[in-house]
Write a protein of this length. Sequence first.
Length: 89
Amino acid sequence: MMKINSIGNQNINPYKRNLNKMDEVGKAGKPASDKIEISSAAKEMQEVSKLGKERQARVESLKDQVQSGNYTIDPKAVAKGLKNFYNGQ
């Protein structure tokens, strides 16, 4: 039979070591602060959201005009838009 002797100190608690480090950081005088950064992709999504809200308001306005009979179509503007679309402008 083989006996293995324990090596090192078994009373060391690794969690206690981490707590001691955190206490040292807290005592250093620097208050802990949180930091947030918004990525460019998130900023772009916010802009798209604003455009979506403006577009939705415009659609609601047009719906109201159509339902009340006040919506008028400008044939020259429609023709100009079609011409520009097909000419690639």
